[in-house]
Design a protein. Structure first.
Length: 244
């Protein structure tokens, strides 16, 4: 696939597209050994060799990571204005600039996917692919069979209807209940709002799976690369083909 030279330079992390145009005009960019000054030039990233100031530039390696986000970290990169900790400090040993796909609340734990693959990220977030997300929710009160039946039918929240794919009691913990709830949407605070609307406010929330990805035994605060098998399953779940 052919792409504009300035786009390629920004994809490789050299600079923004606009500043890339300046580099091109200044004659600092070569394609297959020839200086190129035409801003409209397109290149084939698979075939053409692009250099800036005599150094070859290549797109960064695609990274796909899952992080077990601990409680009390913001799902954002960089520093937070409030001084709260952000997930940035948990992934600072990853050289590529990876971005979180979706978010978890400050006090929610669990599976967060991070990648620098924009196409995959867009598909995962797109409602068309309906990737199920599984949560363990410790809620206040003992959830009865009757409440579970009502939850399964769904309810109307202030921003529209909400219906889980499934919900079940894992166990009772004293006066509280540990639920496993699966939803395939990502509205803000959806699990907390849904369960609170049935009179069971969430005490603790953890995401344990997104589509084929499971948090497993990954300790809180740690990340790992996805395996080729997980990548094949994830790509196929959103209608893409993974080739390693
Ligand atoms: N639903 C919530 O309420 N919070 C989260 O962090 C994720 C889903």
């Amino acid at each position: 696939m052919l792409i504009r030279l300035n786009r390629y330079l920004s994809m490789c992390g050299v600079t923004s597209r606009r500043k890339a145009d300046r580099l091109i005009e200044e004659g600092r960019v070569r394609v297959n050994g020839e200086v190129v000054r035409d801003l409209g030039v397109k290149i084939d990233p698979e075939l053409d060799i692009v250099e800036v100031d005599g150094k070859e530039v290549k797109p960064p390696r695609k990274r796909y990571i899952i992080l077990n986000k601990p409680c009390c970290y913001l799902t954002q990169l960089g520093r937070s204005q409030s001084g709260k900790k952000t997930i940035e400090e948990l992934i600072k040993d990853i050289p590529e600039r990876v971005f979180p796909v979706g978010r978890l609340d400050y006090n929610t734990e669990g599976l967060l996917l991070l990648t620098n693959d924009g196409e995959l990220a867009n598909r995962i977030l797109h409602p068309r692919y309906k990737l199920p997300k599984v949560y363990l929710a410790l809620v206040k009160g003992r959830v009865t069979e009757e409440s579970l039946r009502k939850m399964r039918k769904g309810t109307e929240l202030e921003d529209g209807p909400a219906k889980p794919d499934s919900v079940r009691v894992v166990r009772y913990e004293g006066k509280n209940t540990l639920l496993e709830i699966t939803l395939h949407e990502g509205r803000k605070h959806i699990v907390k709002r849904f369960l609170a609307s049935f009179g069971h406010p969430v005490i603790k929330l953890k995401r344990i799976a997104i589509g084929p990805l499971k948090i497993g035994k990954l300790p809180p605060g740690k990340w790992r690369d996805l395996s080729p098998r997980e990548l094949r399953q994830l790509f196929s779940a959103v209608g893409l083909k993974y080739s390693d």
